[in-house]
Unconditional design. Structure first.
Ligand code: HPA
Ligand code: ZN
Length: 353
């Protein structure tokens, strides 16, 4: 499956599977669509509950795991927000972030743009400084400890009024929070991008990069709105663009990055099975797609798991995977210098293998 647009310096090889039984070293990638609260593994949920003296409404890991059966986005969000109750201290946020980075490093992630949902914590009485500083303190040493450069993205909950987002955004600016971008997440349908025009105007004014979830469960028109009304540079998910050929043409021509999350789309029933996922059609259309894990603790896998399952189901070649990895690096908000470094690593790895 090599028939997608966009030239590459990466040669086609079939060497990853050279040693039977030995897992191929993952390609260096940028993870661009990741909610840090979605990396809370069941074991960590129980450990943090114990440390904080919180009684969970589940008798044990097994009963919690039984809840990971979702029917749509909202059914996931209900559990995702409920489990955040165990995050109380800076140490909790730091431990969660460290656990993600450790696992992400093993998955080949070399640059991570990490969303967090400040409103989901402030509304529980957790000071903004606690959640921001807890995550940011670990990100500050991520490159030296894990080889992963990072950017923190403040994501805003679209099912709350814009006033709430504006208030928290103002507080983030006032505390000089180390954020590089804003995003928009939570329940999509009925909460169109245009609801957040003022927020995005203010973020642009503050010099931040702009992304938003659009076209996950919501219609293709939300993608158009995110581009035209919010002025976003990147779309999170975006799979519903395939319903609108004119929009696909626009996205291809403008090279707008779409941060696709295949296992998430299966678990939240945006598609019936992985085999029904539009990723191959998106690549064939020439769209600038990358592969991301979204909420890996809830959706059955990290970036490497997403790549592995896509490879099995769609018979992706080394060239396909390298293209996806290159797209992720090009689509990141990293410095040009860092992008060049990672692209050289990707190309060098391919040439050496
Ligand atoms: N979609 C919308 N909101 C979210 C998601 C998602 O996949 N994950 C965490 N918040
Ligand atoms: Zn998401």
């Amino acid at each position: 499956m090599d028939n997608f647009a966009g030239g590459s310096t990466v040669p086609e090889t079939e060497t990853d599977a050279a040693v039977p039984g030995v897992p191929a070293k993952p390609l260096p990638v940028a993870e661009l669509h990741l909610h840090i609260e979605g990396t809370l593994q069941p074991e960590l949920i129980f450990a943090l509950a114990e440390r904080n003296g919180i009684t969970l409404p589940y008798s044990g890991l097994e009963e919690l795991r039984e809840k990971y059966e979702f029917t749509d986005l909202q059914s996931f969000l209900d559990l995702y927000y409920a489990n955040m109750a165990v995050l109380r201290t800076e140490q909790d946020f730091a431990d969660m972030t460290r656990a993600y980075l450790e696992r992400a490093a093993a998955a080949g992630v070399r640059h991570a743009e990490i969303m967090m949902d400040p409103q989901a914590h402030v509304s529980r009485g957790i000071p903004l400084e606690v959640c921001v500083n807890g995550v940011a303190s670990v990100l500050a040493t991520s490159q030296e400890k894990f080889g992963i450069s990072t950017m923190l993205i403040a994501a805003f909950l679209r099912d709350l009024p814009e006033e709430s987002a504006l208030e928290v955004f103002g507080q983030l600016l006032a505390m000089n929070a180390p954020i590089g971008a804003i995003g928009l997440d939570s329940a999509e349908v009925g909460n169109p991008p245009s609801k957040f025009e003022r927020l995005y105007d203010q973020a642009r004014e503050a010099g931040l990069r702009l992304t938003a979830h659009a076209g996950e469960e919501g219609p293709a028109s939300y993608i158009t709105e995110a581009l035209d009304v919010l002025g976003v540079e990147r779309i999170d998910h975006g799979i519903r663009c395939m319903d609108d050929p004119d929009l696909v043409e626009r996205l291809v021509n403008a090279r707008i990055p779409l941060t696709v999350c295949p296992l998430s789309n299966v678990r939240l029933r945006a598609v019936d099975t992985l085999a029904d996922h539009p990723l191959p059609a998106m690549l064939a259309a020439g769209l600038n797609v990358s592969v991301n894990s979204d909420d890996p603790a809830y959706f059955g896998g990290y970036v490497d798991d997403n790549f592995a399952q896509l490879t099995t189901v769609f018979d992706l070649s080394d060239f396909d995977r390298a293209r996806l990895a290159a797209n992720s690096i090009h689509s990141s908000f990293a410095t040009e210098e860092r992008k060049a470094e990672l692209l050289a690593e990707l190309n060098g790895r391919e040439l050496a293998s």
